[in-house]
Design a protein around this ligand. Sequence first.
Ligand code: C5P
Length: 244
Amino acid sequence: MINYEQIKKRLVLALDVEKIEEAKDLVEKLSPYIGTFKVGLQLFCGFGLEIINYIKEKNANFFLDVKLHDIPNTVEKASYNIVKNGANFFNVHATGGIEMMKAAKKGAIEASEKFGHKKPIILAVTVLTSISNEILQNELENKCRTKDFVLKLARNAKLAGLDGVVASAQELPLIKKELGEDFIVLTPGIRPSWTAKDDQKRIATPANALKDGADYIVLGRAITKADDIIEAIKKVYEEIKENK
Ligand code: C5P
């Protein structure tokens, strides 16, 4: 039987909204139910540290979803600053290479030691879900099949010492099988049984993604666009409890 704290720890909410007031309202209302709030490029480029500081005031974790991809030195220094600002999670593109991923880890560890922050979870993004087989093979002239490329990049991330990857529910079982149970998988594209799919294709319900081994699941519009967000998040808890 999974309890409230165990569910809360695994839930990540994507704050994909335009206005800072909207983001703050979501954090305020949902922090009793959500372990980690994900701040992406839209919000971070618009409002920078303001939203991050607000999340920290509410004693929630924050995930800076900025997908770093640059030369190792730049990524090391950016990672240092991300962790200095208290990020509990952040991510980098695995296509930046092993040296770049190691540099991210080096910068992150240096900052966590210097500022006494908990070591962050660093995740790699493998192949974006917006990149189809067609784009990968023809436009980018990468002759691998997407699935093989995802696995290769996940292995590189592990070799570089990163903690895990972001992967859809479809890739989740394979990644756990190939990379091991301890290699963290954070899964977006989550849709409770009672919500719309929106533009997501490789979806899973919260309960199924957790059953397949997801360590963290990302909830977005299923909650943020619900008529009653509290009722919606409570229904997610129920669905997980009933099916786990
Ligand atoms: O609203 P929805 O549940 O679709 O939001 C999913 C979140 O997860 C968004 O922030 C999206 O950018 C992110 N994401 C994704 N697919 C990936 C990686 C990240 O949907 N492969």
